[in-house]
Design a protein around this ligand. Structure first.
Ligand code: GLN
Length: 263
């Protein structure tokens, strides 16, 4: 194959992407050109992006915490803001920890945790078979198991009460607000990865209840939430006996809530 980097239609591609509403048209054009091994492939990739697919689904990967993460069709695209969750988790987790990511989607956060922690156990889980298959593509090379099932039900029973860290980017968008999300999310990501029920906290409530049971004494739950949900979420966490603290990163528009099980 002749490489495409000298593709003569780069300006036209940028123009086409911009006209389709791609804010970072130049950057996207670079990525699509780099991904295409022929002019025909480039046209095909551009057609799919212009039709509205998320860039990451067109490319088949997303960048997260400096890692290239495979993202299959329909699977939640790792958000840059979720790096705050990884930072918050690393800040409270010592060596040889037992670590689980729930609602793992592509497994991006677990890949980052595998790089930054030296865990004793590390595992991921998701309810969506497509997410589990995608996470396995990312985590098999790191020998990290991925379980399928509803939250803690997915995990081996002997881990109950022994986890040092549970991290979850659970769905937290209120049901009525899912329709207001960008089309990339509402049309091309699994609703189960976004829809958090009437107030957005339906899944996080169950994550909190389970954490009180599955964390070891002194262990931590780290979750993402919308800024407007923080007070309600902290009340939920306190009600199950956990001690929440909030970390906010304005630059990344990210909110992480860390909740400790008293030891
Ligand atoms: N507001 C979040 C986003 O699109 C939703 C993520 C989630 O529900 N976990 O980035």
């Amino acid at each position: 194959m002749t490489g495409v980097p000298s593709h003569p239609d780069r300006p036209a591609l940028v123009h086409r992407l911009r006209a389709a509403g791609c804010v970072y048209a130049e950057d996207e054009a670079e990525l699509l050109i780099a991904a295409a091994d022929s002019a025909r492939t480039l046209t095909d990739l551009a057609d799919r992006r212009v039709a509205g697919l998320p860039l990451e689904h067109v490319l088949g990967w997303a960048e997260f915490c400096g890692e290239r993460i495979a993202v299959d069709p329909g699977v939640f695209v790792p958000r840059a803001r979720t790096a705050l969750l990884v930072d918050a988790a690393v800040a409270v987790t010592g060596p040889a920890a037992a670590v689980v990511e729930l609602c793992c989607g592509s497994g991006a956060a677990t890949v980052a945790l595998a790089r930054r922690l030296a865990p004793r156990w590390l595992a991921a889980a998701d309810v969506d078979p497509a997410a589990v298959a995608c996470a396995r593509r990312n985590l098999d090379p790191l020998a990290v198991p991925v379980f399928q099932g509803d939250l803690y039900d997915a995990l081996p029973a002997p881990w109950r009460g022994r986890l040092d860290l549970v991290l979850a980017n659970a769905p937290y968008v209120p049901t009525a607000a899912v329709a207001l999300m960008p089309p990339e999310a509402r049309l091309y990501e699994a609703p189960v990865a976004l829809d958090g029920g009437p107030d957005g906290l339906a899944v996080l409530r169950r994550v909190a209840e389970g954490a009180a049971d599955w964390l070891a004494p002194g262990g931590h739950l780290v979750v993402e939430a919308g800024q407007a949900q923080v007070d309600a979420l902290c009340a939920v966490l306190a009600a199950v006996g956990l001690r929440p603290t909030v970390t906010r990163d304005e630059d990344r528009d990210a909110t992480a809530v860390t909740a400790r099980r008293p030891g």
